[in-house]
Design a protein around this ligand. Sequence first.
Ligand SMILES: O=C(O)CCC(=O)C(=O)O
Ligand SMILES: [Fe+2]
Length: 295
Amino acid sequence: MALTEEQVAEFDERGVVVVEDVLKDSDFEPVIDSVTDFLSERARAHQVEGNLTDLFEEEPFISRYARLYEQCKDIGRGIDIMQMRARAMFEFLSNERLLDAVETLIGPEITCSPIQHIRAKPPSRLADGPDYHHNVPWHQDSGVTWEEADKSKIITCWIPLIDATVERGCMHVMPDVFQAGHLEHHSDGATTIKPEFLPQVTPLPLEVRKGGVVFLNQFTPHHSTSNLTEWDVRWSLDIRYQPSGTPTGRPFHPAFCVRSKADPGSVLTDHQAWCDLWTDAFEENARNPQQAHRV
Ligand SMILES: O=C(O)CCC(=O)C(=O)O
Ligand SMILES: [Fe+2]
């Protein structure tokens, strides 16, 4: 779905725009099915090890992860996009409706950044202690790349798999401050803007329904808050696109072309080839470890 001129102007002025109804339920179904299968496989393995009493197979997608997580904090290990490498997820990265929207922001030569995540944020009451992993502190996405990417126009697409609300721990941003560029970060349990550089701006909560997308500039500060619900899991994707040929800030992880007017043959449609790119990168990284974040 192409963005309207007003939506593009809002993104260009504020460094963030929330657009509802970009995607349809049918776009998510294969992704949710593949995550469900993966979760079942992980749950069975944990049950064999005695870490789980139940697989919670009858539980709906929205709460099953929380039921599993309550018993086994390790249930989410290995669940990220590049670790699962599911065909449905690979195909989602080239979703036409999403790419039509992205094209209105960066043009028709589009590369998918290797910085791509699926996140399950369980209710905070279930966590043991401070939960930096789920309640991501204030940062800019430029903070999780090398400096080489600062001139690339990287668009973060934040995509909830269930309606994202304040109560469920949605994202919050500081609008209108991205023009200042990269702010100094440090590592304080997680990568975060140094307190003395944090802009004094009233944060904007970004409630967005399933089907909607938050588009973020890489210099827009954002964080997300605790999930205060009893059992709902705030599932979301955050995936990034940028003009082909521009540095990703993660040269040791594979980017790939998802759309090209100039050279349609450069688009990667082979799921196995994408899997191989990641497994090769992980092997190389084991031999020659790289620091992903800039601090
Ligand atoms: O999903 C979250 O809570 C944080 C996501 C994030 O930092 C991002 O999408 O860049
Ligand atoms: Fe982020």
